[in-house]
Design a protein. Structure first.
Length: 439
């Protein structure tokens, strides 16, 4: 998913998702929607740029272009990541949602299970030019593999390590770290005199999940077993969470104040030469908005335990991205599909992904030379060789909330000087597993 959201309190999200039924946004079988209101669409866009206002400036001219082509007016609302999931869940239960919306790709299977979203079967894909226009790996994060996709890929992203060239030079470091041991060693050289090595968003539940999911892969573990059941307390999962929190608690390369970050503050610190590295998805537009020129930062693959990035224990990113979905009870089904076609057209894909610094999931647009810059080359290579999708299970959203909150609480312990031990990590994860729906 790309940008991150600070999900709401676990009990709220879990209880809402548990209450969702197929009737919330239409039946759970094919079809759906009407054309009772053919001249307007409502669109919930996710906050992809440096601010909500920036997104409005980026998207409004494109929506005007669509209106000129079709006569359909699009009412835009850019929803912050901190609100988006719970807004969507409320809409699925009430049936009062937008016509079209962006969703984090990690939520696809969870929202698919509600029956509220239009399924993208062959007939619907044909309306937007066909399924084969899209990169298959992006479609793999559009819902459970046993059903038609619940959404269409819009922006593709992966994590990378962004580093501040000046801060590296000042510390006498000539290249970005390739392993976690190197990151800690370099980080200790940097973390002094109110400067810190690595930024984190300790109160951002999604960011927490993304980081510990990747580290769990590197420890040969997952948070779900082969049957899709939660497995939060395996040795590998516990080691992953402890390693991530220990960057603050033991290694002292993350500032204690980052435990409270949830709104991209770590990117501001990076741009202001307060933090030397961040693990992020497509951060270039935000750096520019904070006054940083492209030659002031570099980008490298996210570190691995040893060796080089690849599959299995050398996985170094989740498959990140934004998908576009249609509510099945839309009153402008024809307009909604036309809008998805417009937003995923080759031309719009080039415009929007260039602006946001992401990768088009549409094959023809991705081939454009504009997406061969050094920064995007790292992301494309990661997506092709060393990224893994988060589990496409119906309980994925609850997992993000429960485990993301556990990591948030452990960061709070670290910031407060309380010990973060293997036992305390395992206890937090056991509590998170207890919060998951019982099968």
């Amino acid at each position: 998913m790309r940008r991150f959201r600070a999900a709401a309190a676990g009990a709220v999200t879990v209880s809402m998702l548990t209450a969702v039924t197929a009737c919330g946004g239409g039946s759970s079988t094919g079809g759906g929607g009407s054309n009772d209101s053919p001249k307007t669409l409502t669109y919930w866009a996710s906050n992809q740029g440096p601010s909500v206002e920036a997104d409005k400036k980026i998207l409004t001219p494109e929506l005007k272009k669509f209106e000129k082509q079709t006569g359909i007016k699009v009412k835009l609302e850019v929803v912050p990541w901190s609100d988006l999931l719970n807004r969507i869940l409320a809409a699925t239960t009430s049936g009062q949602g937008p016509d079209v919306l962006n969703i984090g790709n990690t939520w696809s299977a969870s929202l698919q299970a509600t029956g509220a979203l239009l399924p993208w079967d062959d007939k619907n894909f044909d309306k937007i030019g066909g399924r084969d226009r899209f990169v298959e790996s992006a479609l793999g994060s559009a819902g459970a593999s046993t059903a038609d996709p619940a959404a269409v890929p819009l922006y593709s992203m992966a994590y990378a390590l962004y580093y501040n060239k000046k801060m590296f030079a000042d510390a006498g470091i000539s290249k970005p770290p390739a392993t976690w041991d190197e990151l800690v060693t370099d980080g200790k050289k940097i973390s002094k005199n109110d400067k810190w090595a690595l930024g984190a968003e300790g109160s951002n539940l999604s960011n927490n999940i993304h980081q510990v999911f990747v580290l769990a892969k590197q420890h040969g573990a997952d948070f779900f077993d082969a049957d899709g059941k939660p497995d939060f307390t395996s040795d590998g999962a516990v080691a992953a969470v402890k390693q991530y929190v220990d960057l603050m608690a033991k290694d002292k390369v993350v500032a204690p104040g980052n435990a409270e970050y949830a709104q991209n503050q770590s990117l501001q610190d990076f741009a202001k030469d307060k933090t030397a590295m961040v693990l992020w998805q497509t951060a270039s537009a935000t750096f520019k908005a904070h006054g940083m020129s492209d030659d002031e930062w570099g980008v490298a693959p996210v570190p691995v335990r040893s060796g080089t990035p690849g599959t299995g224990t050398a996985t170094n990113s989740m498959v990140a991205g934004i998908n576009m979905a249609v509510f099945k009870n839309t009153k402008n089904i024809d307009g909604a599909t036309k809008f998805v076609k417009f937003m995923t057209s080759d031309g719009e894909q080039k415009i929007l992904n260039k602006t946001y610094g992401s990768i088009p999931p549409v094959k023809a647009a991705q081939a454009d030379p504009a997406f061969n810059s050094p920064a995007l080359a790292v992301i494309k290579d990661t997506l092709a060789k060393s990224a893994a999708p988060l589990p496409q299970v119906s309980d994925e959203s609850q997992f993000e909330t429960a485990v993301g909150t556990a990591v948030k609480e452990l960061f709070a312990d670290a910031a407060g000087g309380r010990a973060v031990t293997t036992a305390s990590v395992k206890a937090k994860l056991a509590k998170a597993q207890q919060q998951m729906p019982k099968k």
